[in-house]
Design a protein. Structure first.
Length: 278
C-alpha cells in the first residue's frame, strides 16, 4: 500500500521560489509522475529526442515543490561522479557528495537524463535506491545513506538509441515505473510552439504541419526526425524577424542532417508546407 507523503512535511533545500515551468500535458503523465512520487517509487521516462522529457520533469519538480538535481549522462560518467569522492585541500582530505548523494540527503528529485549513455557499472549503484531499501551505500566512507522524505529517482532515455551496447539491463528496468512519451498531438504541439516560440497560433500551426510532414518521411535516412524542440527554435528565430524559410532551414533542416542531398530534399518539403516563407 502506498504511503502518502505530504509535500509540506518533507525537508526542502533553501532555494529561491521559482514559478512552475510551462508544460502542456499530453495525456495522464502528470498523474503518473505524482502518484509514483507519493508511492516512493522510481520513474523511467522513455521518449524521442526533443519531445519534452526534461521540461516535464522540471515542471513536476516545481509543481511538487521539490528541489531538482539534473545529471546529463555521458560515456565517461562513473559511479564516483554520481556518489562522490574524497578531495584534498588545505592539508586535509574531505568527502564531497556527488549530485546523486546530495539529492538523497536533501530529499530532492534526481533526474538522470539519457541514462543509457552512462557506463554500465554506473547504473548498478542505483539498484538499492530503486527498490524497497531506498538507500545509497557509499563504499568509500562506509555510510549507508537513507533517502530523505521527498526523494525521487527519475531516469530518461531515447529508445531509438538503444542497441546491444547501449541499453538498460532487465534487472535495472524492472525496478522502475515506466512512462512512454511521444511527440504531442497537433493541437497540443501547436500550443507549445506558440507559447514557447512567441508566435501566433496560425504560424505555430504551419510549423506543426511541417513537423508532421517530416515525421512521415520514409525515404530519407534520418537518425532523428523534427522534434518539438526544433519547432520552438524555428518559431523563436521567426519571431525575432528572421524569414520563415531561413528559420526552418537553420533550426530544423540543418539540425537533422549533414548530407547535402538529404538537406535539399528536406528543404523541398519545407517549401511545400511553408509556402513563400513569410
Amino acid at each position: 500500500m502506498c504511503s502518502v507523503l505530504d509535500p509540506k512535511a518533507a525537508p526542502v533545500q533553501h532555494i529561491a521560489p521559482v514559478s512552475v515551468p510551462f508544460y502542456a500535458e499530453q495525456t495522464d503523465e502528470c498523474m503518473v509522475f505524482e502518484h509514483t512520487w507519493r508511492c516512493h517509487l522510481p520513474l523511467l521516462i522513455k521518449g524521442p529526442t526533443g519531445c519534452g522529457k526534461t521540461r516535464f520533469v522540471e515542471h513536476m519538480a516545481a509543481r511538487l515543490e521539490r528541489p531538482l538535481v539534473t545529471v546529463s549522462c555521458h560515456d565517461d560518467l562513473s559511479a564516483a561522479d554520481l556518489v562522490g569522492r574524497f578531495l584534498i585541500g588545505n592539508g586535509e582530505t574531505i568527502w564531497s557528495d556527488g549530485p546523486l548523494a546530495r539529492a538523497v540527503r536533501t530529499g530532492a528529485i534526481c533526474y538522470l537524463d539519457e541514462v543509457v549513455e552512462a557506463r554500465k557499472d554506473t547504473t548498478v549503484v542505483l539498484h538499492p535506491l530503486a527498490d524497497d531499501r531506498r538507500a545509497l551505500p557509499i563504499e568509500r566512507t562506509g555510510e549507508q545513506l537513507q533517502a530523505a522524505p521527498g526523494f525521487m529517482l527519475v531516469m530518461s532515455y531515447n529508445p531509438g538509441y538503444q542497441n546491444v551496447l547501449k541499453g538498460l539491463k532487465p534487472s535495472t528496468r524492472q525496478r522502475f515505473v515506466a512512462l512512454d512519451m511521444g511527440y504531442p498531438a497537433p493541437d497540443v504541439e501547436c500550443r507549445i510552439v506558440a507559447t514557447e516560440g512567441g508566435v501566433a497560433e496560425p504560424v505555430a500551426a504551419r510549423l506543426v504541419r511541417l513537423a508532421q510532414a517530416l515525421r512521415s518521411l520514409t525515404d530519407h535516412d534520418l537518425e532523428e526526425t523534427a522534434s518539438t524542440r526544433l519547432l520552438v527554435a524555428a518559431a523563436r528565430l521567426h519571431a525575432s524577424g528572421m524569414p520563415m524559410l531561413l528559420a526552418c532551414r537553420t533550426a530544423v533542416v540543418n539540425a537533422l542532417t549533414d548530407d547535402p542531398a538529404t538537406a535539399s530534399g528536406l528543404h523541398e518539403v519545407v517549401r511545400a508546407v511553408m509556402g513563400d516563407g513569410r
